[in-house]
Write a protein that binds this ligand. Structure first.
Ligand SMILES: Cc1cc2nc3c(=O)[nH]c(=O)nc-3n(C[C@H](O)[C@H](O)[C@H](O)COP(=O)(O)OP(=O)(O)OC[C@H]3O[C@@H](n4cnc5c(N)ncnc54)[C@H](O)[C@@H]3O)c2cc1C
Length: 409
């Protein structure tokens, strides 16, 4: 929940209210006992940063559908870019659990801010770290880790979302370079990115990954406008018209959909944690409001129907926390399967969206305003439910995993 105050506003714009972030930690099953001191320190640092840098401005930026790009540097400083990538390559050198708790705290602030970090760390730094040559790693990763470079990830196309294997973006061999043609759609960070990790088919039909740099002739990144969701995160297209991509920019070994899917697994893992943050913020706000708001002579929280809503919220949050923790333990051992990650992403995002809707009801009419973070989280979570594999696609992945039968063919 937030308290109104006075804001600096965005430069050149009228002043708006600033929010004081009153969020308190909720840990009903003492899951914190399962975390190390390093995890808790990382989480505390991110929480402090979110309270100081994100919460006071996020409603304002969301209203304007403007990305607070000045936060990229701060995200780098708190170690939000590639927390589990080795420090030599610009990452945080921590484990997967630390990565999870950091994403949770960021998304407690806003799913768009978490998306800025997820894309940079898991969808740009991770594929370069995993698949690029050593020279390419040293060229890009330290600058991505420090926020000097901003990256984006281009897989989705206008006509191919859930089935990226049918993509039409392609490369053709041209001596010391490949010629890239095609278009990508719904690309987080693209209009402000210095480079893009792009997936395209080569002449044999194999999906290849490559780094495309801003400034390459024929490469443009028009912004997509009109979103009601993830409004503080900038989204755009990637357009390639005979772009000459040097061969050293193409990942040498990895071929096929497993390249982009390995990155998506990494990012989906972070979302499974992140969504809990948005749910916690909605629950926190609803719990506080239910004790303050008096109707029929008593606080809302004293009515059984309100208690049912709040009790179910903390029950679902607790289940999601345990799911994420177990997934983190498996990930630390390198044993988390893509299907297990799908289950956690799907469950936790849906849980968060349901909690946002219930929390909105508890706030009554106030719930639709920017006095409280709930409606913003709710709108954001509609995107989180869809990107990185939709709710239904993840269900089909679980279905395929347990039956051994493929519903996609
Ligand atoms: C704000 C935002 C940011 C994004 N950022 C990125 C990014 O940085 N990089 C990137 O590459 N992509 C990004 N995406 C794209 C995102 O991953 C896709 O939107 C998503 O994969 C779904 O694709 P689609 O929108 O084309 O929907 P479609 O694939 O057309 O699906 C539409 C509906 O049909 C359902 N459906 C599809 N196939 C089946 C099936 N076989 N069985 C049953 N139901 C099915 C889906 O579940 C969905 O409900 C972003 C999207 C948004 C909205």
């Amino acid at each position: 929940m937030y308290e109104p105050g006075i804001s600096k506003g965005i430069q050149g714009e009228p002043q708006r209210k600033v929010k004081t972030d009153l969020y308190e930690h909720h840990d009903y099953y003492m899951v914190d006992e399962l975390l190390s001191d390093e995890h808790k320190m990382a989480r505390a640092a991110v929480r402090d940063w979110v309270k100081q840098e994100v919460s006071p401005i996020i409603e304002d930026y969301s209203h304007r559908s403007q990305c607070p790009t000045h936060l990229f540097k701060g995200l780098a400083e708190i170690g939000a870019f590639g927390p589990s990538i080795p420090t030599k390559y610009g990452g945080g050198g921590m484990d997967e659990m630390a990565y999870g708790v950091i994403m949770q705290e960021l998304e407690r602030g806003d799913s768009g801010i978490r998306s800025m970090a997820s894309v940079q760390g898991s969808l740009v730094m991770y594929p370069i770290y995993r698949y690029a040559s050593e020279a390419q790693k040293m060229k890009y990763l330290p600058k991505l880790g420090s926020g000097e470079f901003i990256g984006c990830f281009g897989l989705t196309e206008p006509d191919y979302g859930s089935n990226p294997s049918d993509m039409i973006t392609n490369i053709k061999d041209d001596g010391d370079a490949y010629i890239l043609n095609g278009a990508k759609m719904w690309i987080t960070n693209s209009p402000v990115a210095d480079l893009a990790v792009v997936w395209a088919k080569d002449e044999s039909g194999a999906i290849r990954g490559m780094v495309v740099e801003r400034g390459m002739k024929g490469f443009s990144t028009p912004e997509i406008h009109g979103k009601w969701s993830l409004r503080a995160s900038i989204t755009g297209e990637l357009v390639f018209e005979d772009v000459r991509v040097p061969k050293e920019n193409v990942f040498p070994e990895i071929k096929g959909l497993k390249g982009p899917l390995s990155c998506l697994s990494k990012a989906r893992y972070g979302i499974a944690w992140g969504a809990i943050g948005a749910a916690l913020d909605c629950y926190d706000s609803a719990l506080r409001y239910s004790k303050q708001r008096i109707q029929f002579g008593k606080p809302l929280g004293q009515f059984q129907l309100t208690q049912k809503k709040l009790a179910e919220m903390i029950t679902e949050i607790t289940k999601a926390q345990l799911l994420a923790w177990r997934l983190g333990s498996l990930a630390n051992k390198g044993e988390a399967t893509p299907a297990q990650i799908s289950m956690a992403k799907r469950n936790n995002v849906h849980m968060a969206l349901e909690i946002a809707r219930e929390a909105r009801q508890i706030h009554g009419g106030m719930g639709i305003t920017d006095e409280y973070p709930v409606m913003r989280h709710m709108m954001n979570l509609e995107t989180v439910l869809t990107y990185e594999g939709t709710h239904d696609i993840h269900l089909l992945i679980t279905g395929m995993d347990i039956t051994g039968l493929n519903a996609f063919k």
